[in-house]
Design a binder for this molecule. Structure first.
Ligand code: ZN
Length: 382
């Protein structure tokens, strides 16, 4: 038995080494604005992508048999936005134009582009998701966002959507744990609330964490659409901080880290992208992108996790949709489809040795974390 386990371990390490070696060989880098950047031409070569200029030296298209992505320096969001297979994805550092070529930061290459394109990091995928933690945002004294004229409170909508998702997941064979099941605060203070929610997932040995929210930009009633948030890789800013030229990078004085969420950077990326695609396909809402944010509710997770801002309560048309059970059912169905798509993708990345996959009971030991590095600080090529 032990010998079989060792053989499996050796096989896994060999497989990971071979697969990872192809795309993780160092790409020449140079320092721009204190960050390590890599040339798009080198990225294309390393990731076996075909490069085509859409605007010489400023906007480029990279394609292979299955993927199509576009990068633009100084675009709508200062070069932070990448369009990946038709979806808006916000990078952690701006795409820069220099000397007739484009550059992306090494962190964006390794922590976002490589997982999105090749689905791999420097370790085997997490186990097939069995236990899903569902987090209905807010509750009790914290109503969340509101649309008072329409008598809508975020905490009520998130709880209803969570119960719908729970029912769908369990019918599909998943096990679930909810961070709250009624209109109560999860903890007495906001800070404790944000610690307690991920703790519930950790204690339950959850394989995935999905936090459900509804957005608001009040008093501006114009914005509408769907956003998916993931925890930023170490040393990168939240999207909003980047846009406001603020620095909220971690590790920091307030969060000396490393954050356990960063163990799952690659899988957070795959989960958010799968969920994002399904939400837009089911809801037909505006694509406001996959964004990075140092959310307290994600920081302490020990599994991949995301936060979904499904729709804007401050936009009356969208709020009226959110008020209908049919719309909330669509959100839940989209989330189930996103989780299924994530599961299929991580399964496809796993060596086919089904005989050794554990049955994964809820009461069993905690699943081993994937052998991913907590941090991959930029390394200068030797
Ligand atoms: Zn919220």
């Amino acid at each position: 038995m032990a010998r079989a386990a060792l053989r499996l371990l050796g096989f896994l390490l060999c497989w990971v080494g071979l697969r990872a070696g192809e795309v993780r060989r160092p790409v020449p880098a140079l320092e721009i604005n204190g960050r390590e950047y890599v040339r798009i031409a080198d990225v294309a070569t390393r990731l076996k992508l075909t490069r085509r200029w859409l605007e010489a030296g400023r906007k480029v298209q990279l394609t292979d048999a299955t993927h199509h992505l576009e990068l633009e320096a100084g675009g709508r969001f200062g070069g932070l936005e990448m369009v990946m297979d038709g979806l808006n994805v916000f990078l952690g550092d701006p795409v820069l134009a220099r000397g007739g070529d484009l550059f992306v930061s090494r962190i964006d290459l390794e922590h976002r582009m490589v997982p999105l394109l090749h689905g791999l990091w420097n370790g085997p995928p997490p186990r097939h998701p069995v236990i899903i933690a569902i987090d209905p945002g807010h509750g009790g004294v914290d109503p969340g966002k509101e649309n008072l004229p329409l008598h809508l409170q975020e905490k009520t909508l998130t709880l209803d959507t969570a119960f719908r998702l729970k029912k769908l997941l369990e019918a599909a064979g998943y096990q679930t744990v909810m961070t709250r099941t009624d209109d109560h605060s999860v903890a007495p203070t906001k800070e404790l609330d944000l610690q307690r929610r991920p703790e519930i997932a950790v204690v339950a040995h959850a394989d995935l964490f999905v936090s459900i929210h509804f957005n608001s930009s009040s008093p501006d009633a114009r914005p509408h659409g769907t956003e998916v948030y993931l925890f930023p890789p170490a040393h990168q800013n939240s999207t909003e901080s980047s846009l406001d030229h603020l620095d909220d990078r971690e590790p920091s004085k307030d969060h000396p880290g490393p954050s356990s969420a960063n163990l799952f950077d690659a899988w957070n990326v795959i989960l958010s992208h799968a969920m994002h695609r399904q939400l837009l396909a089911h809801l037909h809402t505006e694509d406001r992108g996959e964004k990075l944010k140092h959310l307290g509710v994600l920081r302490g997770l020990q599994c991949p996790g995301i936060l979904v801002e499904s729709a804007f309560l401050s936009n009356d048309a969208e709020a009226r949709r959110a008020a209908t059970p049919a719309f909330r059912q669509q959100i839940a169905e989209a989330m189930l489809a996103g989780i299924n798509a994530y599961a299929a993708e991580v399964d496809s990345l796993r060596p086919s040795v089904p005989a050794v996959r554990p049955a994964a009971p809820v009461s069993g030991p905690a699943p081993a974390a994937p052998a991913a590095k907590p941090f991959s600080p930029p390394q200068r090529p030797s």
